[in-house]
Design a protein around this ligand. Structure first.
Ligand code: PDD
Length: 283
């Protein structure tokens, strides 16, 4: 059975889910997105994603075609119609279809599409074994705080990581790690968790926000500052966070084993807490 998608006001079978070739998301990557995870049929941190979406839209002077409540209804409806127990809802808003022109059109109606994907989030083999990271230059644009659909460089970096026998890349600018291709990056030194401070250089991860809150509540020490690749290679632990990976341990960086080369206790504990708390708070 094909999935039901949401396209500009209608619930349609995926074969019929189509948008215009003039859509500026297609022509200019003039669009923003969110990925919200689903656990036990419930949306995890919907409010965080809705708030970041509003901010991304406002940074691009793009109107929203829906209210927050409508957005929640659409998410829930898609989860129900597609019977998603564990997986994700993908949402994309673009400036809409218009004649090709670099200036924003004044008369385009913003477009909105959503679809679901079933995905194993809890019992993921990568979470159990940990992932291998290589560092690569960060060649993305300068407004990484806006969650745009302009994802070609992260795709290239992921492919380069795989070509080097790793699972993913951490991107590096001026000698310091910014973030992973599609996740936030952390190291643990002694008992301190270190992750880059927010700014235009990284995306303000919704999972990052929750995980740092849980870490502080559990009396763990957190430092929000930039760290170097060398610091990461010699860290006691490392991990990444995102809506689709939760907390995922990193076991090697540029071929250097992290700790004893297996998932570390801080990452494992934070993953447990994150899953437990998210299950309770899902809507
Ligand atoms: N990616 N940094 C980048 C560059 C990201 O693309 C993502 C998320 C994150 C983590 O953000 P959050 O915790 O809100 O998921 C950080 C999503 C999952 C994706 O593109 O599929």
């Amino acid at each position: 059975m094909s999935r039901i998608c949401y396209v500009n006001g209608d619930y349609v079978a995926e074969e019929d889910a189509k948008i215009s070739v003039f859509d500026r998301g297609f022509l200019f990557a003039d669009g923003v997105y969110e990925v919200t995870s689903v656990l036990g049929g419930k949306l995890i941190d919907f409010d965080g994603h809705a708030t970041r979406l509003s901010r991304s839209l406002s940074e691009l002077a793009m109107p929203s075609p829906v209210t927050r409540d409508e957005l929640l209804d659409i998410h829930r409806e898609l989860v129900t119609r597609n019977g998603i127990e564990e997986g994700l809802v993908y949402l994309q808003i673009t400036r809409g279809a218009a004649d090709r022109d670099f200036a924003y059109p004044t008369d385009a109606a913003p477009g909105i599409v959503l679809f679901t994907q079933t995905k194993t989030l809890i019992e993921s083999p990568a979470a159990r074994a940990g992932i291998r990271i290589v560092s690569l230059p960060d060649a993305r644009w300068g407004r990484r705080d806006i969650k745009t659909v302009q994802l070609l460089y992260p795709s290239m970096a992921k492919m380069e990581a795989k070509a080097q026998g790793a699972d993913d890349a951490w991107m590096v600018e001026d000698g310091h790690v910014t973030e992973g291709t599609s996740n936030n990056a952390y190291i643990v030194k002694g008992s301190t968790i270190v992750t880059r401070q927010l700014g235009t250089e990284i995306l303000a991860g919704i999972t990052r926000n929750a995980v740092l809150r849980f870490a502080r509540e559990a009396q763990m020490k957190v430092e929000e500052r930039a760290f170097t690749v060398e610091e990461a290679e010699s860290a006691d632990e490392a991990f990444v966070t995102s809506a689709t990976t939760f907390v995922q341990p990193v076991v090697s960086i540029n071929g250097s084993e992290i700790g004893d080369g297996t998932p570390g206790p801080v990452a494992r504990r934070l993953r447990e807490i994150y899953i437990e708390e998210s299950r309770k708070a899902g809507i």
